[in-house]
Design a protein around this ligand. Sequence first.
Ligand code: TTP
Ligand code: MG
Length: 369
Amino acid sequence: MNPALPAPPDTAAPADPSAAGSEFARRIAHLDMDAFYASVELARRPELAGQPIIVGGRGDPESRGVVTTANYEARKFGVHSAMPMAKAVRLCPQAVFLPVDFAEYRRVSRLFKAAIVEIAPVMEDRGIDEVYLDLTEHEEPTRVLGLALKAAVKEATGLSCSIGIAPNKLLAKIASDLEKPNGLTIIRTQDLATRIWPLPARKVNGIGPKASEKLTALGVNTIGELAACEPGWLVSHFGKSYGAWLHRAANGIDARPVETESERKSLSRETTFATDLHPVRDWQALARLLAELAREVAADLAKHRLRGRTIGVKVRNDQFAITTRDLSLPEFTDRESVIRKAAFECFARVPQHRKLRLLGIRVSNFEAG
Ligand code: TTP
Ligand code: MG
């Protein structure tokens, strides 16, 4: 439930007719800071430049925590996010280990976003170190805009970021990761076959470890191989909504708009489990996760000064089928206890016979601000 990790795309998004035709009907950017926590630490400790840096827990290499991130010097040794600290020490004993300091990362996060909205006001905040931008209405050439954004972020924070620019969010997100760190990657519709299709399917945001494992077992490895699959065949293996979404995604089709704060219609948090959980047998674990999601959603609502009246729960089962249940309250709320109680009520109406792999809570129907 890392706030930095984007929620999988809304599988109900309609097809984008523009994606197949003209180049750049829309111009969407995804910007993601490079090795964010480690880079923030380095910015205030310039004497550490050039050294491998590992940020995690209390910064104690003996601790049992996990790595939150490592800079690119440390990544050369195989260290990565979510790796147990003990393993990171074995791989890179000479690294500098530092504790996490969320307050400082949030401060720098606000700084880089403020610099971006000066240039590109249509910004969707996707977490501590990433945003989507809609650059369609800008006059400047794409590369000029990309470089201007990178320069503004550097000026405001001293840090580098990577930017992908493409006709939609899905492709922009993949693009921003292709030339990390300090990348600027522009993908046009006609580049789909050469730049996107050779990549492994898991590079698509929304194809997680489980789906990617299942695709591999079915003999589908790359995004191109997925794009070539019959939609009906995908539906037979992954269910109606996820199967159809897989087909659209692999073909570079995604119509989701960039949603700025003022037009936000709902706020959600979701989590995919390490192992599938049964709604009845694993109820205690699920209840804990629901409570945690309710706490996170309530915190997000407070942060954005929003109160909603409709609380919903979303689950995805082991066959990838999505079910949602919601209820509307008599009053607008941002209270954790109210959201948790409503979420439990919604969850009780979810089918109980199949194991689940994803759970989410969504609050919508906001009070007019
Ligand atoms: P990411 O953008 O995924 O990673 P990153 O910025 O460190 O590196 P890069 O983008 O260059 O690949 O995540 C942003 C921050 O979120 C990261 O600096 C630390 C935190 N984080 C965690 O706490 N746990 C995780 O598992 C991940 C992936 C990130
Ligand atoms: Mg990042």
